[in-house]
Design a protein around this ligand. Structure first.
Ligand SMILES: *Cc1c(COP(=O)(O)O)cnc(C)c1O
Length: 354
């Protein structure tokens, strides 16, 4: 850290992304990426003469892709906002709606970035504990009239609130924005975006990183009332108007066109998740029922950390969080069926060794 840094950032505890080690080839089940490649349409689009056009700036309004997403979701183009990954949208939401006198509320166990954004903007925050079974009690979020952000399905648990429960939260907080982070909604959850037609304070955030195999392209989108989309644009045009690059925009358009391919992959991942859950349960694991592309599981024979370390030594990466309440668990991304068979047989071997 330099002595020049604004003191307000000196204590900031940064977000720790899942590791992306380059030393050997791992079976990567640690950052919830898709095991399937982008569609042929996407691959062709970004291999074509689009690369030549990189000398030109991208469309700052991202019109074509916003229109394509709006058509798919049956909303207006003005209800869609695009950004450089959904983290960017979450950042803008905290920037726009929170601050020293504008507190934030989110679940205690959830996506680790919420706390980082709150600290970045000097926002006081309340992290509300989950129930004993790791589920979110929607009643804890009613009538707060504070900025609320909830991942649904939640991470790293994989558990969902129903659309009805989300509606209770949104309708009881009319004076503040409620962000529903739907990074994993395509793996068996139900999106609450239709509620934007009824509530102007709901901001739904989705990403192409997980269900649409484009984590490296950085593309996220928001669905919300026109007023909220205007707020996000106000910040975008005050920071980086070209925040979605050309290749990502054409890739995104093709991904929407090839939606069926991605939804088939999601179904494969759901089936593989159910297989993995059964196998882990047969090995004595407690597995939280997941609606995501990961499972959160703990063994009755080995600690979370030791299992993580032993798997890594065998070339299988999973995610372990050193947080007291969840340190017995590992979060395991669902890969291909072959990946998961290897994962299960590696776990079996480890359990026999100890
Ligand atoms: C992965 C993830 C994100 C970030 O997605 P990007 O679009 O890659 O920035 C946001 N929220 C949750 C809950 C996630 O798991």
């Amino acid at each position: 850290m330099s002595s020049f840094l604004n003191p307000q950032y000196k204590e900031l505890e940064v977000y720790t992304p899942g590791e992306q080690p380059q030393d050997m080839k791992y079976i990567k089940l640690n950052t919830n990426e898709s095991p399937y490649p982008p569609s042929n349409g996407v691959l062709e689009a970004i291999n074509s003469n689009q690369a030549e056009l990189l000398r030109l700036y991208s469309d700052p309004e991202c019109k074509a892709l916003r229109k394509a997403i709006a058509q798919l979701y049956k909303v207006e183009t003005d209800n869609i906002y695009l950004s450089n990954g959904s983290d960017d949208i979450l950042n803008f939401a905290f920037m726009a709606y929170t601050g020293k006198n504008r507190p934030a509320v989110f679940p205690e166990i959830s996506y680790g970035f919420y706390k980082v954004f709150a600290e970045l903007y000097g926002t006081p925050y309340e992290a509300i504990p989950l129930r004993q079974d790791f589920s979110i009690d929607y009643k804890d979020y009613m009538g707060l009239n504070k900025f609320i952000v909830i991942a649904n399905p939640n991470a790293p648990t994989g558990l969902c609130l129903s659309v009805k429960e989300v509606e209770e939260i949104v309708s009881s907080n009319p004076k503040s924005v409620v962000v529903i982070d739907e990074a994993y909604v395509d793996f068996g959850g139900e999106s609450c975006y239709p509620l934007i037609n009824k509530y102007n304070n709901l901001l739904v955030v989705q990403t192409f990183s997980k269900s649409r195999s484009m984590a490296g392209a950085r593309l996220g989108f928001a669905i919300a009332s026109k007023e909220i989309i205007e707020d996000l644009n106000r910040i975008k045009f005050s920071t980086n108007p070209y925040n979605v690059n050309r290749l990502t925009l054409v890739a995104g358009e093709m991904a929407i066109k090839d939606n069926d391919y991605y939804m088939e992959n999601c179904q494969k991942i759901i089936d593989t998740r159910e297989f993995t859950t059964k196998q882990l349960e047969a090995l004595g694991f407690y597995v939280i029922p997941s609606k995501s592309n990961f499972v959160f599981a703990k063994s009755n024979k080995i600690s979370g950390e030791e299992l993580y370390n032993r798997l890594k030594a065998q070339g299988v990466l999973v995610r372990h969080f050193n947080t007291e309440k969840i340190k017995d668990f590992n979060r395991i991304t669902i890969g291909t069926m072959d990946d998961m068979k290897t994962f299960i047989s590696t776990v079996k071997k480890i359990l026999e060794e100890i």
